[in-house]
Write a protein that binds this ligand. Sequence first.
Ligand code: ADP
Length: 487
Amino acid sequence: MRALFAVSEVAPWVKTGGLGDVAAALPRALMSAGCGVRVLVPAYPAMMKACGERRALARIDSPGGRFPASTLWEAVLTDGLTLWLLESPECFSREGNPYLDAQGHQWSDNALRFGLLSRVAALLSAPGSPVDWHADVLHCNDWQSALAPAYLRYLHGDEGAASIVTIHNLAFQGIFDATECAPLGLPERALTLDGVEFHGKLSFLKGGLQCCDLVTTVSPTYASEILGPEYGCGLEGLLRYRADRVSGILNGIDTEVWDAARDPALASNYDSHSLDAKAANKLALQKELGLAPDPQRMLFGVVSRLTEQKGLDLLLEIGDALCEEGAQIALLGSGDRAMERGWRDLAARRPGGCAAVIGFDETLAHRIEAGADAFVMPSRFEPCGLNQMYSLRYGTPPVVRRTGGLADTVVDATPQALADGGANGFVFEEASAPALFDALHRAIATFGDPRTWRAIQRAGMRADFSWSGAAARYLEAYRAAVRLRET
Ligand code: ADP
């Protein structure tokens, strides 16, 4: 099996969220499972810098439309992973966030930029590809590469590789003015209900979902949630129509980077047999963030984008009350300006009780995962979520809303689940501050019972979230897509 994995970010070089992590881990796990993989990614400055040793594979002069000429480079990393870097100075030679300008607005030429990524992904997966390596499956990820299956259909007569679109987050769809179709080289007949048209506009993601052979999303629960209006983001009709092609595969996590026993960022390493050593991490974190260094006070950790999706406004609402009760909060996040301000204000009002670090800090994220007693994710929706898996692995029971991947990974500490040893965290239903408060109170009460708390920690630490299981399921999906294409 050979797969071309098209994606718009790859950690650690370019990462805005979970997508970058998946792009770094899944192709490697697929490789280990015997799949040939090429990762097609824009040659942002950070990618070019990381891949100093590379060779030119192809010059792509005029793939139709008004795309600038581009060069495809191949870089083979030391672990054998092969990256195909799509260099187009006009589209990708800019520093900063790959999708947003310095003011936080979408780059005005995003349709062209990611249209180019999608166009080249299709070109490389179709007969007549300028490169002598032929994929059986084109695996597209989120809207930035989702237009590729539409190109395969409308420009290559569906002659190319089988195609899969993975939805990492349905909330981002790549919707542009319909007039963008011509510069993107899409024929007029593509702009229809069964093509790329979405409410009179051009939608990259909708086009991909319509034209691909299989749709996957990053957790089984999210795969069923998006078939309904609450989570479907307007695409639920199409997804229901194609429901037999939609499935969910839970992401794995990087169990080497996230290993409390060897994590160099921690004050004290530990595993499930030496959980007492976790206390030193709490104390170090309290000191680092200016929180009262008190082992008895329950410390809730948060590492997150600060957006409506993540529901941290709900935690903010009850932040004062929590601190008054003696709990502490350590938050690391960035995003929505008003929410950043809200968290800074809470921290200013509650010195010693709440610390809010606004920014992106990989190593602090590790120290929060290890130092907090419990980890909070009150997401309104969560396609998969990685942090709850990190925290389970770090013996830091997550408090989560029952949605998407959170529902698939966290087992609520009900009396029944405690009795059978499965409980590994705390789960609440309604996206409201009182429901969250109630779950946090349950966590605080359980924290006061060290034996039960240890059992919950250990249950989380036992779970296997490595990528090898996910890779096996993706390989099955690849085979299914190829079969569908052949019939
Ligand atoms: P999403 O992709 O929706 O942002 P995930 O939980 O799937 O959420 O993945 C988020 C990833 O980004 C995790 O690896 C998390 O640790 C990391 N992350 C998010 N915000 C920050 C931050 N402010 N500092 C460091 N890491 C962060």
